[in-house]
Design a protein around this ligand. Sequence first.
Ligand code: HSE
Length: 433
Amino acid sequence: MKPVKIGLLGLGTVGGGTVNVLRRNATEISRRAGREIQIHRAAARGKVTCDTAGIPLTEDGFEVVNDPEIDIVVELIGGEEPAKQLILTALNNGKHVVTANKALIAKHGNEIFARASEKGRMVAFEAAVAGGIPIIKALREGLTGNKIEWVAGIINGTCNFILTEMRDKSRDFADVLKEAQAKGYAEADPTFDVEGIDAAHKLTILASIAFGIPLQFDKVYVEGITGVTRLDVTYAEALGYRIKLLGLARRTEQGVELRVHPTLIPERRLIANVDGVMNAVLVKGDAVGPTLYYGAGAGAEPTASAVVADIVDVVRTLTSDPENRVPHLAFQPESISDIPILPIEAVKTAYYLRLSAEDRPGVLADVTGILARHHISIEAILQKEPHLGESHVPIIMLTQKTQERELKAAIAQIGALSSINKPVKLIRLETLG
Ligand code: HSE
């Protein structure tokens, strides 16, 4: 059978990794795909991270997507533009597309998938979520008999690496971030990582596939890790919890919760022990119960592993009728339903609160009185020694589940007490039971 010809857009970290994996495992890959896979042409502008001998190169991505010889375009340049125009042009030209571009799928996926369906072409995006972990495949195919109840993931390797180093080695935030950038984990703009935006892109995709809802990045509640201090990491640990940047999508009777924020997780949970750049996604299906997927969430070859798997998937289904292929978002396009996404104030969860309080009789009674008036139960409480030279003491409280609207009203009142001298620190807590 004729070889399948691919055109690569981008030869940076993931593009270089993809070339290396395709070449090193060429025999295994073609035995699986049933056809030889040839890199016909590549477009690269910045740093090239692989040996490009034998690959015709161009600086213009449109030369690749307009090349009539190419069957599959592999987009690994990231960002919204020109990636979006390149992909739409490739689809218009009758090519299938493989992409690792989470921002693009999260923000423009509805339009891109509609164009792909119109043209009878596939857009595969396994590498967009959790690097090498085949979570799209698992959710879209392996768990297809389930009603998915919730998905919770550590889906940003850079943040997990930073939080792990802060806890284990008391390292400085900025210093760890630099290391993550040097290792190729971080986004071109690392604020996407530390502010939770990258995780929100990935959560948007996971939620659509889990619940059959449109991609709605703008409705995700997003909070990054820049406000997490070493003190919080230490106090959480003293209470038996780890702090992780968690992406959570949960179906409730009122709607869908879609949120990314630092989260306390009981240390006995497997997912709380996912450290360094590793990612993990916990999926709760009504039939299967909880299932956990773990692996490298970033880096050249782990991400290339997912890109190559998508290329093979596309090659295997090249000859099948478009209507017989697995739908892009797991549910048939006409069955996507617009379940409302809940605002963060309507979310119900537990909380970690850190107060800086005057050390005198009655202060705690005032605080617990306010919580009681808002029907908020306390699960645990911890008072620490004052820090050197400080008049106020840290008090850490864990609450039971309550609605965020109530909790915010309570902490506004607590923060206004004359005995409290700093804003109340709030971190959400999930038991993931
Ligand atoms: N910047 C991302 C991360 C890369 O740190 O997880 C993988 O999407």
